[in-house]
Design a binder for this molecule. Structure first.
Ligand SMILES: Nc1ncnc2c1ncn2[C@@H]1O[C@H](COP(=O)(O)OP(=O)(O)OP(=O)(O)O)[C@@H](O)[C@H]1O
Ligand SMILES: [Mg+2]
Length: 359
């Protein structure tokens, strides 16, 4: 099976005067694991439903392998959808659930039986073929729901928070299974989630969405290490995002800013009065070991939050803003609330970014 390329251009959807999707363009390669990541209400499901053909776009184009989908009904698109709530038929056995969709394809009885068997093996549910959905765990039901869609041989599989109802440990296990299933099928997966860790671990590329728009598209490493906006940095876990005042240029690609009455040198170009935020990952900050180029910011420890392997030290600055410094727990034990500390950071850890959706 070869996967489908999905090209979405300037896609918009308005419900009355509610803009759910405000113009997004994405080009998803055949065989890619692509995620739509964003907070509740940002338009992920609406986008997926337009690709599936369940919603008509207000404007914009959807092409699958170069063919315009605007006049192709949902059931004729080379696309299938897996929903969060499985939507299995409770009165049919597992194998009959999987076989159900094949009724509408011209498939002989023995062919259908073989296809159903293969699909169930693929999701490791072969031994449960005769059971009813009510006799299965949530994770097993989700596997059946997957088998039911892959048996139809779609070029593109759309998955809307398929692991959302499962506990953390099962989610982790199924994330790995889903990814290897996608690789062995070789088809395109478009995966909707609001869980940043899930999107980062599973995707070849992802789109970070906010308010019906795409803020950034890239590989997990690109969006995490080089966020385009402060919003993306903040959404992809654990960034200090602070309001700063631009002081002036500081050589190629660097700018000095004022934060809590102190002057820092950071990466990025900005002029006085620009709407920028200072973004710094907590793991890039130190409480000792000043290097030649590093900036120093004085503050006092307001909270120490133990998290197992690492500990977050919250440092309150002169103006009331807070910086979180993440240390390996073995080195964090000596710090306590109320202690006066100096936070050290290298200029390349401090990035000035346009605000993005949060502004
Ligand atoms: N049928 C509808 N009629 C009116 N407004 C709608 C409809 N469907 C969605 N919306 C609105 O469009 C926006 C986007 O909804 P959508 O379901 O795409 O969000 P989502 O990103 O999937 O969110 P979640 O993570 O909560 O599932 C929301 O503001 C929602 O209230
Ligand atoms: Mg949704």
């Amino acid at each position: 099976m070869r996967g489908g390329r999905v090209q979405v251009t300037d896609l918009q959807k308005h419900y009355g005067d509610v803009p759910a999707v405000r113009g997004i363009s994405i080009d998803i390669a055949a065989g890619e694991f692509f995620s739509l990541l964003g907070p509740s209400g940002c338009g992920k499901t609406t986008t997926l439903r337009m690709i599936a053909g369940f919603e008509t776009p207000t404007s914009g184009d959807i092409l699958i392998d170069g063919s315009d989908m605007s006049r192709v009904p949902a059931n004729e698109r080379p696309v299938n959808t897996v929903f969060q709530n499985y939507a299995l038929f409770p009165f049919l056995s597992v194998e009959d659930n999987v076989a159900f969709g094949l009724r509408y394809q011209k498939v002989g009885k023995s062919d259908a039986k073989r296809k159903v068997g293969e699909a169930l093996e693929m999701v490791r549910m072969g031994q449960y073929a005769k059971r009813k959905p009510g006799q299965l765990s949530g994770g097993q039901q989700q596997r059946v729901a997957l088998a039911r869609t892959i048996v139809l041989g779609p070029r593109v599989l759309l998955l809307d928070e398929p692991l959302g109802a499962l506990d953390a440990k099962l989610r982790k296990a199924l994330q790995i299974e889903l990814k290897s299933l996608q690789q062995s099928l070789g088809i395109t997966f478009i995966y909707v989630t609001h869980d940043q860790e899930e999107a980062l671990t599973m995707s070849d590329r992802l789109a970070v969405m906010a308010g019906g728009l795409v803020e950034q598209v890239g590989t997990p490493a690109e969006v995490y290490d080089s966020p385009a906006t402060a919003y993306v940095a903040d959404f992809l876990g654990n960034a200090n995002v602070l309001d700063v005042e631009v002081a002036g240029p500081a050589g190629t690609g660097r700018t000095t800013v004022r934060l809590a009455g102190q002057t820092l040198t950071c990466q990025g170009d900005a002029g006085p009065g620009d709407a920028v935020k200072l973004v710094v990952r907590p793991e890039r900050l130190r409480l000792e070991g000043a290097a030649a180029e590093s900036s120093a910011i004085d503050g006092s420890v307001s909270r120490v939050v133990y998290q197992g392997p690492t500990t977050d030290i919250h440092v309150r600055l002169g103006d009331g803003e807070e910086l979180v410094v993440r240390l390996p727990s073995a080195r964090a034990g000596q710090h306590s609330t109320g202690e006066v500390v100096t936070v050290h950071c290298q200029p390349d850890a401090l990035r000035l970014l346009p605000r993005g959706a949060l502004s």
